[in-house]
Design a protein around this ligand. Structure first.
Ligand code: CAA
Length: 658
C-alpha cells in the first residue's frame, strides 16, 4: 500500500496523491488547465510513476478548478513543438496496463477530451461538458480524437460533435456512451470506487473497440448539412471525413490520416485567422479604465419601444433571468409589444431552446405599460424607439425625471449622437449606448458606447449586462455609426465606386460571397431597405464636399421606388422572394456612368475583394487613430459578429494586414 499521506509533485501543474492504492493525479494549470508543455510533462511523469510503483493499482486523473482540461494550450500554436506531444501523452495513458480513470470535473475540450477518451473509464460531474471545438480554431482533433470518439459513440454522433465543435453536457455524454457514469455523490469518491472495481482486470482500450454501427445514409446526410452551414471552411469537412472513416479504416490508418490533416490545417491561413479571433474575444473583455470597476447590480430592467428591436432586446433580457418592464406610448401598442415578446418566447419553446418551466418563468417576469412612471423601480432602462433625435430626447428627458438617480439610461441608437442625448438630461453621467443588432435575441454583438460624460461604472454596467445576456460586448467611442456602421459606410461607398467603375451588383456580391461574406453588399442593402441611407444622403447633401466623389445610382433607384426587398425591387428584383438580376438596374447604372463620362472596365473579383477589404481597413485605421476603437481586433470582432464577415478570414483588419 502507498502511504495515504504521500503527496507527489510531477511538475508545477501536476501533482499526485495516493488514496490507498490509487494514484490521484490532479492537473492544476489555471485558469482553464490548458494542456501546456509543463502539464504534459507532469502527466507523463505521473504515468511513469504509476507504472513503476508496484503499490499503485490504478490511476485517477482529474482537474483542479472548473476545468478538467480545456484543450491544447492555444498560445503554443505556431511555436516549435515541445515533447512530450499531446498524442504521445494520450497514447501513454491508453497503453497503461493499470486502469486509468478520467474523473471529469468540468470542461474537457479538445485535447482534454482526448485525454478522457484515452482513459479506460470515464466518470463526470453532472455539470461537466465534453467536446471537440477544434473546427472553431480551423483544425481537427490531433491526438486520435477523430478515431477514438466514433469507436465509443458511433460515427453519427462523432460526426456531429466533431463537425460542429459543439460540446455536449454530461447527460448527453452518458446517453451516447461517451462517459460511463455521472457522479452521484462526490466525483472523486465515485471515481475511486470505480478504480477499485477495475483494478486487476484487463484494461479496455478505446482504440481497440469497434465503432457502434451508424446508418451510413444518415451519416452522409449529417455531413452534407454541416458542410453547407460551414460554407468556405476547410476544417469541418476534413474533421467529419476523418470521423466517418472510423467505420472502414483501422485505428492506425485513421490515426495517420488524422495526423497529416491536423498538421496541414494547423498551419493554414484559416487556422491562423480563427486563432486571432479566439484571442481577440479574450482581449475585448479587457477594457481600459474598467479594470477595477464594479458594475452595478441589476434586477429590474426597462425597455422603451417594443417594436422588432425592443422586443428582441426584451427577450434576451428575460432569457437571462431579468425582470422586465416594457414601455410603449399607449395601451394598444404596449399590448402588441407584449404579444410580440411572448411570440418570440413561444418560438423558443417550440424549437426546444427553452423548456416549459423556462417559458413560464420568463413570461411571469414580463410586464408592459404605457405609463412611463412605472419604470421608476428599474435599475437600467434601454430605449429602442424610432431613431429620431426629437423623439429620443423627449423620452430621455422624461425618463431622467422618473427613474432613480443612480439608475443607468442606455440608448440603442445606431447613428444619432448619444452625447447630445445625454446633454439633454440632468444626469448625463449615467447615459451610455447599448447598440444591439437585429434580431437582438439572436445576434451576438453589442456595441457598448462610452459616452463622453458616462462614469466608468455606467459603462462597466452596460458591458457586464451584455455579457450576462451571452453577447459579445465591444466598447466603442462616439462617432456617427460607432465602429460597425462607420466601417459599413466605407464598404458601401467603395461598393458604389466599383459599380461606377464597371462592376455590376451581382458581380460584386458574387465576389464577396465567394470570399465568405454571408451576403454580398447589394443584397444586404436590399434586405435592410434603401430608404434610410437615402434620407441620410439627402440630409447631408447641402454640406457635401462638391469635390468628393459621389455616386448617385442609389438615388436613382430610390426615386424609381426601388427601395429594396420590402418593395419587391431594389438592386435586384425579388420574384417569390428570389433574388433576380434586373436589366432595368443594369440600364440605370449604364446611364449614370454615361452621364459622368465614365467608360466602364471589367473588374476581376480579386480586385473587388481587395478594394472592399481595403476600404474597411482604411476606415478601421481612422477609427483607431481617433480612439473610437481600442484595438484593431475589436473592429474585426464587430464585423464578424454584426455584419457577416467570415470568422475564418479573421476580420477586415486581420485580412488587410496579411
Ligand atoms: N489555451 C490557452 N489559453 C486558454 C485556453 C486554451 N485552450 N482556453 C482558454 N484560455 C484562456 C483565455 O485566453 C483566457 O485568458 P485571459 O484571462 O488571459 O484572457 C482564460 O483562459 C479564460 O478563458 P475564458 O475567458 O474563455 O473563460 P471562460 O470561463 O469563459 O471559458 C473555456 C472557459 C470554456 C475553457 C473557454 O476558454 C474555451 O472554450 N476555451 C477554448 C477551448 C478550446 O478551444 N480547446 C481546444 C484547443 S485545440 C486542441 O485541444 C487541439 C489539440 O488537441 C491539439
Amino acid at each position: 500500500m502507498v502511504d495515504v499521506t504521500t503527496s507527489l509533485t510531477f511538475s508545477d501543474t501536476v501533482s499526485g496523491k495516493a488514496e490507498g492504492d490509487v494514484l490521484v493525479v490532479t492537473l492544476n494549470n489555471p485558469p482553464v488547465n490548458a494542456a501546456s508543455a509543463e502539464l504534459r510533462q507532469g502527466l507523463w511523469r505521473a504515468l511513469d510513476h504509476a507504472r513503476s510503483d508496484n503499490a499503485v493499482s490504478a490511476v485517477v486523473i482529474t482537474g483542479a478548478g472548473k476545468s478538467f482540461v480545456a484543450g491544447a494550450d492555444i498560445k503554443e500554436f505556431g511555436k516549435p513543438q515541445v515533447d512530450p506531444t499531446l498524442p504521445a501523452v494520450v497514447e501513454k495513458i491508453e497503453a497503461s496496463e493499470k486502469p486509468v480513470i478520467a474523473a471529469i470535473n468540468g470542461v474537457a475540450l479538445g485535447g482534454g477530451c482526448e485525454i478522457a477518451l484515452a482513459a479506460h473509464a470515464r466518470i463526470a460531474h453532472s455539470k461537466a461538458k465534453l467536446g471537440f471545438p477544434e473546427v472553431k480554431l480551423g483544425i481537427v482533433p490531433g491526438a486520435g480524437g477523430t478515431q477514438r470518439l466514433p469507436r465509443l459513440v458511433g460515427c453519427l454522433e462523432a460526426v456531429e460533435m466533431i463537425g460542429t465543435g459543439k460540446p455536449v453536457n454530461a447527460e448527453k455524454a452518458f446517453g451516447i456512451g461517451l462517459i460511463g457514469a455521472i457522479a452521484k455523490g462526490d466525483l472523486l469518491s465515485d471515481a475511486l470506487a470505480l478504480a477499485q472495481s477495475l483494478k486487476g482486470k484487463p484494461v479496455l482500450r478505446t482504440s481497440e473497440r469497434i465503432a457502434p454501427r451508424s446508418d451510413q445514409a444518415t451519416v452522409q446526410n449529417t455531413i452534407a448539412k454541416i458542410t453547407l452551414k460551414a460554407k468556405g471552411q476547410m476544417a469541418p469537412g476534413e474533421a467529419m471525413r476523418l470521423a466517418a472513416s472510423a467505420s472502414t479504416l483501422s485505428f492506425t490508418q485513421g490515426l495517420s490520416d488524422e495526423r497529416e490533416t491536423f498538421l496541414r490545417l494547423r498551419d493554414s491561413d484559416q487556422a491562423k485567422a480563427l486563432r486571432h479571433v479566439f484571442f481577440a474575444e479574450r482581449d475585448a473583455a479587457k477594457v481600459d479604465g474598467l479594470e477595477h470597476v464594479e458594475p452595478l447590480p441589476l434586477n429590474k430592467i426597462g425597455v422603451c419601444g417594443l417594436g422588432l428591436m425592443g422586443a428582441g432586446i426584451a427577450t434576451a433580457l428575460l432569457s437571462a433571468g431579468y425582470e422586465l418592464i416594457g414601455y410603449e406610448r399607449d395601451e394598444p401598442a404596449a399590448e402588441a409589444g407584449k404579444a410580440r415578446i411572448l411570440d418570440i418566447l413561444g418560438k423558443n419553446l417550440k424549437s426546444g431552446r427553452i423548456d416549459q418551466a423556462d417559458f413560464e418563468r420568463q413570461a411571469a417576469n414580463l410586464a408592459t405599460t404605457a405609463k412611463l412612471r412605472e419604470l421608476a423601480p428599474c435599475d437600467l432602462v434601454i430605449e429602442a424607439v424610432f431613431d429620431d433625435m426629437t423623439i429620443k430626447t423627449e423620452l430621455f428627458q422624461k425618463l431622467d425625471l422618473v427613474i432613480r438617480s443612480d439608475a443607468i439610461l442606455a440608448t440603442n441608437t445606431s447613428y444619432l449622437d448619444p452625447d447630445a442625448l445625454a446633454a439633454e438630461t440632468a444626469h448625463p453621467e449615467r447615459v451610455i449606448g447599448l447598440h444591439f443588432f437585429s434580431p437582438a435575441n439572436i445576434m451576438r454583438l453589442v456595441e457598448v458606447v462610452r459616452c463622453a460624460q458616462a462614469t466608468p461604472q455606467a459603462v462597466a454596467t452596460g458591458f457586464a449586462l451584455a455579457k450576462k445576456l451571452g453577447k459579445l460586448p465591444i466598447v466603442t467611442g462616439v462617432c456617427e455609426g460607432f465602429i460597425g456602421n462607420s466601417i459599413f459606410s466605407a464598404y458601401r461607398r467603395e461598393a458604389e465606386f466599383l459599380l461606377e467603375d464597371g462592376a455590376l451588383p451581382q458581380e460584386i456580391d458574387a465576389a464577396m460571397e465567394d470570399y465568405g461574406m454571408a451576403m454580398g453588399p447589394f443584397a444586404v442593402f436590399d434586405l435592410a431597405g434603401l430608404e434610410i441611407a437615402w434620407a441620410r444622403r439627402k440630409r447631408e447633401a447641402p454640406t457635401r464636399d462638391p469635390e468628393a466623389r459621389y455616386v448617385d445610382i442609389a438615388d436613382r433607384l430610390c426615386e424609381a421606388g426601388r427601395l429594396g426587398q420590402k418593395s419587391g425591387r431594389g438592386w435586384y428584383s425579388y420574384e417569390a422572394g428570389k433574388r433576380t438580376v434586373d436589366s432595368a438596374v443594369t440600364e440605370m447604372i449604364a446611364q449614370s456612368r454615361a452621364a459622368k463620362g465614365i467608360t466602364p472596365r471589367a473588374i476581376a473579383s480579386e480586385e473587388i475583394v481587395k478594394r472592399l477589404i481595403g476600404a474597411m481597413a482604411d476606415e478601421g485605421k481612422t477609427l483607431l487613430d481617433k480612439a473610437i476603437a481600442a484595438r484593431a481586433s475589436d473592429i474585426d470582432l464587430v464585423m464578424i459578429n454584426g455584419y457577416g464577415f467570415p470568422a475564418y478570414r479573421g476580420g477586415p483588419m486581420f485580412a488587410a494586414s496579411r
